[in-house]
Write a protein that binds this ligand. Structure first.
Ligand SMILES: Nc1nc(=O)c2c([nH]1)NC[C@@H]1CN(c3ccc(C(=O)N[C@@H](CCC(=O)O)C(=O)O)cc3)C=[N+]21
Ligand SMILES: [Mg+2]
Length: 281
């Protein structure tokens, strides 16, 4: 059996088209959704990512502002910029690209963003809202994973979902979203004894570790749904996920590729969150 692919590029394109339609409807009411993206420093990967985010938003008809600051920007100045954007009525979403330079306290910066404009969903208020089932912004990567599961009509209720990874950005919010759909959720991490014993029981595995071949074919129950959040480089320098894709696809029922899986959906969900921030304003 060869797994069916969950095509993140195609789903992201449909999501962006839907956002573009809703943006036009908002514009007809005199509201243009606005996204501010703040980049501190010259990290090459971050420069590529923020350019993508700005391009995506412009193509969907959003107004976007890219703010670039030198790596030496004092934390107080960054906080002052966030304060100004919090008060700017043309801006509905604020994203501070991570990682930040070491002299800046990332947690303090993320907490300075108004929860009403927290389209990354990284504020503690957003995390608390997700955990307690209240309205708030969901982090784009796990939210995109949920949309991928939804796109194949997968019923999570009563299923065993194993999340590998416990970051605040992916693993923990992913577990909360799966739990909200009444899955039985296990969170595995670097201290887990016998990871394979858990993944072999899983109907759904979400791999979000940031290490190649964390999930191999012998660790997968036949027919399981495999969501690969990893973004790594193989020995040839090619982008690859956390899953041993070619071998696992012969066992799994569904699988997301890297590239072309979770990454494009992460970007699309940022547009959705920004649009919804404007709709709520
Ligand atoms: N405040 C903040 N929010 C973020 O959401 C955030 C961040 N900081 N810092 C960096 C990470 C990384 N990230 C990616 C999203 C999509 C792709 C993506 O679209 N990847 C493509 C391939 C890209 C390529 O070819 O290099 C894919 O998987 O198909 C990649 C990386 C968002 N991040
Ligand atoms: Mg990703």
């Amino acid at each position: 059996m060869t797994a069916q692919l969950i095509d993140g590029n195609a789903l992201a394109a449909r999501t962006r088209a839907d956002v573009a339609r809703r943006v036009q409807a908002l514009k007809a009411r005199g509201i243009t959704p606005g996204l501010a993206v703040i980049l501190v420093g010259e990290d090459p990967a971050s420069q590529v990512y923020v350019r993508h985010k700005v391009k995506d938003s412009e193509e969907a008809g959003l107004h976007s502002v890219l703010e670039r600051h030198p790596a030496t920007l004092p934390e107080a100045e960054l906080l002052a910029r966030i304060d100004a954007l919090n008060k700017d009525p043309a801006i509905h979403g604020i994203l501070v690209q991570l990682p930040l330079p070491r002299h800046i306290d990332s947690a303090r910066v993320l907490e300075a963003i108004s929860p009403a404009k927290d389209v990354d969903g990284f504020h503690v208020a957003s995390a608390g809202a997700l955990m307690t089932g209240q309205p708030g912004f969901w982090p784009c990567t796990p939210y995109g994973c949920m949309k991928m599961l939804e796109s194949i009509g997968y019923e999570l209720r009563g299923k065993h979902a194993v999340v590998i990874g416990r970051s605040n950005i992916v693993g923990k919010p992913m577990a909360m979203m799966l739990l909200a759909k009444s899955a039985t959720v296990t969170i595995c991490h670097s201290a887990t004894h016998d990871l394979a014993a858990f993944t072999r029981q899983a109907d759904v595995v979400v791999a979000a570790v940031g290490k190649r071949n964390v999930l191999t074919a012998d660790m997968v129950k036949p027919g399981a749904v495999i969501i690969d959040v990893g973004m790594n480089r193989n020995d040839e320098g090619k982008l690859c996920g956390d899953v041993d894709f070619e071998a696992v696809r012969e066992v799994a029922g569904w699988i997301t590729p890297v590239p072309g899986g979770v990454g494009p959906m992460t970007r699309a969900m940022l547009l959705v969150n920004t649009l919804e921030a404007a709709e709520r304003s």
